[in-house]
Design a protein around this ligand. Structure first.
Ligand code: PHE
Length: 355
């Protein structure tokens, strides 16, 4: 029995003087491990008489429990001390002044906000739709009948679908938001729909994911003059200068007549000047909403007319802020963002300027 209390005292002293968790674990292994001291003492039980066993068995079990409890208590102690030390040393002084904010607003975000400011001043509100669309909203309701060749021109990304189910698509344009809006709301409608769009295409002026802003106006007596007025006012407000534009006839299945709008520009070394020179750059597609599209959404074309437009946000950002390569926009390079990004605390507005 004296053995037992000597062993207990020995470990108690060791545990007491330990200041780190590793040494504590070494002690645990030496005392309670498979080949540890207590185990060996227990093996000795086999050679003892029945009476001795009756005394030593419970005594050794008690010793084992006591040492385990001492180790557990010490462990908790050491862990709490480590936590206290971390709490004391890893403090952050919230009253210290911050340096220049590290984050910037991406030019695409900035341009979308500028557009929202300009169009909301003309009475438009902002609508949204999902990036993953079904065939009906992305194509069929927009007057692309099944098998129509224009479907192929969209370089569509198809999602995989279970057997027998229709494949969903990553929307190839923001025009499906026209459909969603006309189905859910009664005219008069005046919305813009900014968002991500996807086509399987990549070079200096194309990325597989890009951004568009859709516009839609539905009301009684709407004509091409309204469309031209809105878009001409928009570009002048956006480029913050008088901009010369031209409308060229074009074809989209969902508008009739359809046009593309170009702005006059000139290349001056690496930079581009909008509103001067002899060249024309296409910046958007537009037209009068096709009667088939109105019917597909339950709008009576005899009563209501409208116009729609869709423009590439990334290209407008490049033109306005002079980035040479579209792909850099989505490379996530912090040096590029530091250079081309915008102060997130300065919001675009018409009173003090867009940017
Ligand atoms: N959805 C067309 C495109 O992505 C653009 C467009 C929108 C044209 C609305 C006309 C009307 O090319």
């Amino acid at each position: 029995m004296s053995d037992i209390s000597a062993v207990k005292d020995k470990y108690a002293a060791q545990i007491d003087s330990t200041n780190d968790l590793r040494t504590l674990d070494d002690i645990r292994v030496a005392a309670l491990g498979k080949k540890g001291e207590i185990g060996k003492m227990m093996q000795g039980l086999g050679k003892m008489s029945i009476d001795e066993k009756k005394v030593m068995g419970p005594a050794l079990n008690g010793l084992k429990k006591d040492i385990a409890a001492m180790i557990e208590a010490k462990k908790e102690n050491l862990e709490n001390a480590a936590l206290d030390a971390a709490l004391a040393s890893e403090t952050m002084d919230m009253s210290l002044p911050v340096g220049a904010p590290a984050g910037t607003l991406h030019p695409v975000q900035q341009v979308m906000e500028e557009m929202a400011v300009i169009f909301s001043d003309m009475g438009f509100s902002v609508a949204e739709g999902p990036d993953i669309e079904d065939d009906f909203h992305n194509f069929t309701a927009l007057n692309f009948p099944p098998g129509h060749p224009a479907r192929d021109m969209h370089d569509t990304f198809f999602m995989t679908a279970p057997e027998g189910e229709e494949k969903k698509v990553l929307r190839t344009h923001t025009s499906p938001v026209q459909i969603r809006t006309m189905i859910n709301e009664k005219p008069p409608i005046r919305i813009i729909a900014p968002g991500r769009t996807y086509r399987c295409d990549s070079d200096q002026t194309h990325t597989p994911m890009f951004h568009q802003v859709e516009g839609l106006v539905i009301d009684k007596g709407i004509h091409m003059g309204h469309l031209k007025g809105v878009l001409m006012d928009f570009v002048s407000a956006f480029f913050e200068t008088e901009v010369d534009v031209q409308f060229r006839p074009h074809h989209f299945p969902f508008t009739e007549p359809s046009a593309e709008m170009d702005v006059r520009y000139e290349r001056d070394g690496a930079s581009i000047k909008i509103g001067e020179g002899e060249k024309w750059m296409e910046i958007l597609g537009c037209g009068m909403v096709h009667p088939n599209v109105l019917r597909a959404c339950g709008v009576d074309p005899e009563q209501y007319q409208g116009f729609a437009f869709g423009m590439g946000v990334d290209r407008l950002a490049m033109l306005k802020y002079g980035m040479p390569d579209l792909r850099d926009m989505f490379a996530g390079d912090s040096r590029w963002l530091a250079h081309y990004g915008f102060n997130p605390l300065l919001q675009a507005n018409l009173a003090t300027g867009l940017s």
